[in-house]
Ligand binder design. Structure first.
Ligand code: FAD
Length: 268
């Protein structure tokens, strides 16, 4: 008996993982709390076909210059005392032919990656690796729900920009204030609501969930992509399944970070 293949099912694509030691060539504050860092170098073989892909950035201990090491069976083989912290970031824009990639860092004030971005300057180097894989969601749904905080702006922005004309998108994005809003060029039919924390710490409000609860959704089947603080992501997913009858197969809820915990991320 042949299995029925769902034409809307997300597809996983694997890539060769390579480390790349790249040079910082520009540092631009696109909003007060979002810093775009352009890196150049050898991007040969770089591929990022999913809007929610991530690369690893490696933040080395003070005094240790960023460097490439072999990747063995148990991962990257850094020498004792030279082991870097690793964090996930979304490739926002890039050109393999021209050899550059843009990463957008939230300057949240705590942690090695945010700290590195806060002091980044032209001439420094950054080691990155990946993406190891991509999740490709076909543009085959009646509409798309996108939700997240500012850490998800790169992924949500990519999705908003890549969906073709005629796609319907409902997006809810939490930022600190109107100064943090980004606007997107898109052929899709976009209904975007920004919600503001107004000085309250990130990860401490229920603004995204409350806004989603208050929305009337378009008719038909949607694919939902939710990303940001882990508890928020989990709560929105639960609401979509329990109250809005979403198909759990058509939801990707990612915990990009967890309030009060370093280096924490989880899929829900
Ligand atoms: C797939 C994926 C893609 C991501 N893409 C991006 C991206 O493109 N840009 C981006 O900025 N982030 C992105 N993130 C989130 C980023 O990896 C985390 O915010 C990470 O914790 C930052 O590392 P850090 O070293 O700055 O802080 P950590 O050392 O991990 O954490 C230190 C402290 O800061 C808190 N914290 C972490 N992040 C935030 C935050 N945003 N606001 C307030 N407090 C925080 C933690 O709870 C902890 O208490 C992504 C995460 C994932 C999983």
């Amino acid at each position: 008996m042949s299995e029925t293949i769902d034409p809307r099912a997300p597809q996983r694509v694997r890539h060769d993982t390579r480390m790349r030691l790249l040079d910082v060539v520009s540092v631009t504050d696109i909003t007060p709390l979002m810093r775009r860092i352009r890196l150049t170098g050898d991007l040969e073989g770089f591929a990022s076909v999913g809007h929610a892909d991530h690369i690893k950035v490696f933040i080395f201990p003070e005094g240790v210059a960023p460097h490439i090491v072999p990747i063995g069976e148990r991962g990257a083989e850094f020498a004792e005392g030279q082991r870097p912290e690793m964090r996930d970031y979304t490739p926002r824009y890039w050109s393999v032919a021209e050899g550059w990639i843009d990463l957008d860092f939230v300057l949240h004030g705590d942690g090695p990656a945010s700290g590195w971005a806060a002091q980044a300057a032209v001439g420094q180097t950054l080691l990155i690796a990946g993406p190891r894989g991509s999740l490709v969601v076909p543009p085959a749904y009646d509409w798309y729900l996108l939700a997240g905080d500012e850490t998800a702006l790169p992924a949500l922005g990519r999705r908003i920009e890549e969906l073709p004309a005629g796609s319907k998108i409902v997006a809810v994005i939490e930022v600190d204030s109107a100064a943090e809003e980004q606007s997107f060029e898109t052929a899709a039919n976009l209904s975007l609501t920004y919600v503001y924390r107004d000085g309250r710490p990130a990860g401490t409000t229920s603004l995204i969930l409350d806004t989603i609860k208050s929305l009337s959704f378009p008719a038909g089947d949607a694919y939902a992509y939710i990303a940001g603080e882990s508890s928020m992501s989990k709560a929105v997913k639960a609401h979509l399944i329990e109250t809005r009858s979403f198909n759990p197969e058509y939801i990707k809820a990612a915990g990009y970070w967890l309030l009060g915990e370093a280096d924490a991320k989880e899929p829900h």
